[in-house]
Write a protein that binds this ligand. Structure first.
Ligand code: ADP
Ligand code: MG
Length: 256
């Protein structure tokens, strides 16, 4: 097997569909036969619970990996879904951002999110980033081949986009020259809104080649699926949301 491609789902805004997209694209691509590891880097742990991983199953988390107390191999949990494994996060990760800034041990401060020991075991490693551009996101982007930027069609989305692209530029310069923007994914899309078409027009002006062709519509089925601990491709396989994520999954695999 080729070494895994690592893709982070990042946007410093909360509630834009990072976790939903990371969970659903992980499951979709795994269901199609690729081996996928999803790493939850958000202290909220939404991606972990969205994949139906119960708290009682969690022994070690991504926190133990970034403070150098565990090899990532020891933290991996098999999900209930085909070809899909998870490195979970719990709320203890919230402290990591501060601790990593505080610690005097420079060695530890600059520990990478070490993925080398598992790269040969997977086709894709997808990382769900927290809603900030802090240390956790920097660590994720530093070890990524690419980043997917989920965004909602809102007025302030464009402003946030240039800030995020600036961060990506800085990470390229400092740590990871090969980091590529895989694509911008429109989420919770409602084409009937005037604002939506205005934002899309603006996005096309600047980032046309980066936009995924198919946007993800706002659907009730997508929003209820995490409550069942199920990705949309299992929760509602023939629904609109599932078909759209399937189309994006296809495009994503062509792009990276
Ligand atoms: P983020 O990880 O960026 O904070 P989430 O993926 O958690 O964002 O999404 C925020 C909220 O929006 C969640 O309640 C989620 O269920 C809901 N949501 C995400 N995508 C959709 C969609 N396509 N249709 C309906 N609700 C969605
Ligand atoms: Mg999230």
């Amino acid at each position: 097997m080729a070494r895994a491609k690592v893709v982070s789902f990042s946007n410093q805004k909360g509630g834009v569909g990072k976790t939903t997209s990371c969970v659903n694209l992980s499951a979709q691509i795994a269901n199609k036969g690729k081996k996928v590891l999803m790493i939850d880097m958000d202290p909220q742990g939404n991606a972990t619970s969205g994949l139906g991983i119960s708290k009682s199953k969690i022994k070690k988390t991504v926190y133990d990996v970034i403070i150098g107390k565990a090899d990532i191999k020891e933290t991996i949990i098999k999900s209930n879904f085909k070809n899909l494994w998870v490195v979970p996060a719990t709320i203890d990760l919230a402290g990591a951002e501060l601790e990593l800034y505080d610690i005097e041990d420079e060695q530890l401060k600059f520990t990478e999110l070490a993925l080398d020991s598992v790269k040969d075991d997977f086709d894709y490693i997808f990382i769900d980033c927290p809603p900030s551009l802090g240390m956790l996101t920097v660590k994720a982007l530093t070890v990524s081949d690419g980043v997917v930027i989920p965004m909602q069609c809102e007025f302030y989305s464009l402003e946030g986009m240039s800030q995020l692209l600036n961060t990506i530029k800085r990470i390229r310069a400092a740590y990871n020259p090969d980091l590529q923007v895989v694509g911008i994914l429109l989420t919770m899309y409602n084409g009937r809104l005037t604002l939506t078409s205005q934002v899309v027009a603006e996005l096309k002006k600047y980032y046309a080649e980066k936009l995924f062709k198919v946007p993800i519509s706002r659907t009730v089925r997508i929003s209820e699926a995490p409550g069942y601990g199920e990705p949309i491709c299992y929760h509602d396989p023939y629904g609109k949301g599932s078909l759209e994520y399937a189309a994006v999954a296809k495009e994503l695999m062509l792009r990276i």
